[in-house]
Design a protein around this ligand. Structure first.
Ligand code: SF4
Ligand code: SF4
Ligand code: SF4
Length: 338
C-alpha cells in the first residue's frame, strides 16, 4: 500500500477507504435520493472503468462505487465534474466552484428524502424540491450534518434517526356540509393514526390535542369533507442517530412550521455549528453539537432572526433518557462519532 495516501483528504473528497489496501469507494450525492435516470450511465462508466463493476445503493441514498484504486482517483474526479455541475449547481442551485478536484467536502451529508407527493398518495409535501432547497443551504460545508425528509408521519425516510428530521404534516379542514357520516375517517384515524376522531350527532368531532397531521382521514373520505389546508406544514425532529453505543430517536423540536421558517432554521445551521466548534469544523455530527451547546443555546442560535408563523410550536425543553455523549467530547471525540 502507498503509505503517502492522505486518507483524510480523500474522505473529505467523498472517497471512503476500503478494507482492500489502496482501494476506495466513491459516494456520489443524489439530493433527495433522485436524479435523472440518464445519470446511471455516468455511474456505470465510473464503476466499469475505474471501479470493480459494482454499484452499492448507499444507505444515505448515494451512488456508492467500490473498488476504485488510489491511482485512478484523479481521473474519477475529473470525470465527475459534469455530474456535479448538473446535479448540484444546475438542479439545486448550490453555490460552489466546480473543478476537476471532485467533491469539495463530505461534511453535510446527502440530504435524504422519500418519494413524497411526486408519487405517494399519503404525502403532504414535495420532498424532492425541499431536498434541493436544503442542499443549497448546507452544501458544500465542512460542518457535518445528516438530514432526512419524510413526506408524512409514516416516516419511511427514517427522519427520526437523523440530526435533523423533517416530516411533512397537514392542517386539516372539515366541511360539515359534505360529510355523510360514514365514519370511514374515524376508523382510519383509529387504525392508522391517533384515534382523535369521533362521530357525535351526525358530525365529526376532533380532539385537536393529538392530531398528528398525517391526513389519513382525507385519503379515505369519499366526499372530500376532509381536505388539507393549502399551506404546507412541517415537523422538525432533532438529535436522532444510529451509532455504536447509544442510538436514539430524535425529538420534536418544531411543530407546524411553514417552509419559510423551516428553511430559515436550516439556513442558521452553519452559523450554529461555527459557534459551537469555534469555527473549526470537526468530524462531529449535528446531534453532538446540539448536546455540546445544550438545548437552550441551540434553540437561541438556530432560531436567530427566524420569524415564526402563528401556528408554530417550539419545544420548551428537550432531553433524552439514553445516555448522552461522554462529557469529555469537548476535548476528544469518543469512538463511534459517525
Ligand atoms: S413517508 Fe409518507 S409520503 Fe413518504 S413514502 Fe412513506 S407514506 Fe409516502
Ligand atoms: S390528520 Fe391523521 S391524526 Fe389527524 S384526524 Fe386525520 S387521520 Fe387523525
Ligand atoms: S369519511 Fe368523510 S364523509 Fe365519512 S364521516 Fe368522515 S368526513 Fe364524513
Amino acid at each position: 500500500m502507498n503509505h503517502d495516501i492522505d486518507i483524510k483528504k480523500l474522505q473529505v473528497n467523498c472517497f471512503r477507504q476500503s478494507k482492500v489496501p489502496g482501494e476506495f469507494m466513491l459516494q456520489m450525492r443524489a439530493p433527495g435520493g433522485v436524479v435523472q435516470a440518464k445519470y446511471l450511465a455516468v455511474v456505470q462508466h465510473i464503476a466499469d472503468t475505474w471501479g470493480n463493476g459494482q454499484l452499492h445503493l448507499g444507505m444515505r441514498q448515494t451512488f456508492s462505487i467500490p473498488g476504485i484504486k488510489y491511482e485512478n482517483i484523479e481521473a474519477v474526479n475529473e470525470y465527475l465534474r459534469g455530474y456535479i455541475e448538473e446535479v448540484e449547481v444546475a438542479s439545486c442551485d448550490v453555490n460552489m466552484d466546480v473543478n476537476e478536484g471532485g467533491y469539495p467536502t463530505i461534511g453535510a451529508r446527502n440530504v435524504m428524502a422519500c418519494i413524497g407527493n411526486s408519487h405517494c398518495i399519503k404525502a403532504n409535501i414535495d420532498t424532492l424540491s425541499l431536498a434541493r432547497k436544503m442542499e443549497k443551504l448546507v452544501f458544500p460545508s465542512h460542518y457535518h450534518i445528516k438530514m432526512s425528509i419524510a413526506g408524512c408521519p409514516n416516516d419511511c425516510a427514517k427522519a427520526t434517526f437523523n440530526d435533523f428530521g423533517i416530516v411533512g404534516i397537514a392542517k386539516m379542514e372539515y366541511d360539515y356540509d359534505r360529510c355523510i357520516a360514514c365514519e370511514r375517517c374515524v376508523e382510519t384515524c383509529a387504525s392508522h393514526a391517533t384515534r382523535v376522531l369521533s362521530l357525535e350527532n351526525g358530525k365529526i368531532v376532533k380532539d385537536v390535542c393529538c392530531c398528528v397531521g398525517c391526513a389519513e382521514c382525507a385519503t379515505v373520505c369519499p366526499t372530500g369533507a376532509w381536505t388539507r389546508r393549502p399551506t404546507k406544514f412541517y415537523r422538525v425532529l432533532i438529535g436522532g442517530r444510529s451509532g455504536k453505543q447509544y442510538p436514539r430517536a430524535g425529538k420534536i423540536f418544531l411543530n407546524w412550521v411553514t417552509e419559510e421558517v423551516l428553511l430559515a432554521v436550516i439556513g442558521n445551521w452553519q452559523a450554529f455549528s461555527a459557534e459551537v466548534l469555534n469555527h473549526q469544523p470537526r468530524y462531529l455530527h449535528g446531534g453532538h453539537l446540539i448536546d455540546m451547546a445544550g438545548y437552550e443555546k441551540f434553540k437561541e442560535w438556530i432560531l436567530k432572526g427566524v420569524k415564526l408563523n402563528p401556528e408554530a410550536e417550539v419545544a420548551e425543553r428537550l432531553y433524552w433518557t439514553e445516555t448522552e455523549y461522554r462529557s469529555n467530547i469537548h476535548v476528544k471525540p469518543v469512538c463511534g462519532v459517525d
